[in-house]
Design a protein. Structure first.
Length: 320
């Protein structure tokens, strides 16, 4: 197979399960693929521009597998690759890093780091935030111990995030399309989320972008959260109503929010989000570092080989 690998990531070739018949060729994900490689069988995508992917979709007339390393394959799907090509996502490759970032944003709030930074800038020793403190004041979240954390979107990233919050003593409830138990955590169905919002201290959103998730967190659902609650979105920007969030922060109906994603990226300097009260913005930086992608790539390359050899009737079911 001819496999195109982007220069935006250093892959360990010895872990890709390559055979003597495979050819691994590097390409620039910001430049159009050269004509001599238009016969590639596999395209590994990471850090590609939209224009580059669209050009690749137009010219890779034999491609059978597009292995995106993003958690969601939205960008690759939108490029318009031939219908025979399987579009595989980097599911699981970003779980640990996004979970880590989410925990950092939560601790940032409950340990009052934005407020302390303001006092430091003023060279003021904020003694009122030190010394004897109540562990669980009625209208404030000051620790993850015993905090009620709701994670909306309970896939691989959600479960990794849940484990970190649980390790800090939080009570974690997941929300997904179907109810049940996953990895030892209780999970509510999406239609039942209103049952848990009034008791939520920290709402973590890790929803994919789709028609059904557009503005899933709207003004009505924000109003159900208690005033002490924090909202963290590390999923996709359009899943949250930004205007409603700004209003909730302005009126104090929630305590604060942190956004790693927004509707239109990069965020326009004139966007009112920049000036919203008690809002932390990070530039879609929660992930961005695929963790050990080689086993996933190797597994999907083998699935393609098995399909070619007639060992599987529908190799799409083998892909991750």
């Amino acid at each position: 197979m001819k496999i195109l690998a982007p220069t935006s990531i250093r892959l360990k070739e010895e872990l890709l399960g390559l055979t003597a018949q495979d050819q691994l060729i590097s390409y620039d994900p910001a430049a159009n693929i050269s004509p001599e490689n238009h016969d590639a069988d596999v395209l590994i995508a990471w850090g590609n521009t939209n224009d580059q992917l669209k050009d690749a979709a137009t010219n890779l007339h034999k491609v059978e597998l597009v292995q995106a390393l993003l958690a969601g394959p939205d960008q690759a799907r939108a490029a318009g690759f031939r219908p025979e090509a399987v579009i595989a996502s980097g599911s699981g490759l970003h779980s640990k890093t996004v979970a880590e970032h989410t925990l950092a944003l939560a601790l940032n709030f409950v340990r009052f780091l934005p407020t302390l930074a303001e006092h430091q800038a003023q060279k003021h020793w904020a003694g009122e935030l030190g010394g004897p403190q109540e562990l669980h004041p009625a209208h404030q979240v000051t620790t993850l111990l015993g905090a009620n954390v709701t994670i909306w979107g309970f896939g691989s990233i959600g479960t990794a995030t849940a484990r970190l919050f649980q390790a800090f003593g939080a009570n974690v409830t997941g929300v997904a399309r179907s109810a049940g138990e996953r990895e030892g955590f209780p999970v509510l169905a999406t239609e039942d989320i209103d049952r848990v919002l009034p008791s939520t201290d920290i709402l973590v959103m890790i929803l994919p972008n789709s028609e059904e998730t557009q503005k899933a967190l709207d003004a009505a659902r924000l109003a159900q959260l208690p005033e002490r609650a924090y909202v963290i979105n590390v999923g996709r920007g359009p899943t949250l109503d930004q205007g409603a969030l700004i209003q909730a922060l302005k009126t104090g109906s929630i305590a604060g929010a942190a956004l790693d994603v927004v509707e239109e990226e990069p965020l326009d300097p004139a966007d009112p989000l920049w000036d919203a009260k008690n809002l932390v913005i990070t530039p879609h930086s929660a992930g961005g570092r695929p963790v050990e992608p080689e086993p996933l790539i190797a597994q999907n390359l083998q699935a393609l080989r098995d399909q070619r050899a007639g060992k599987t009737a529908n190799w799409r079911n083998k892909m991750n």
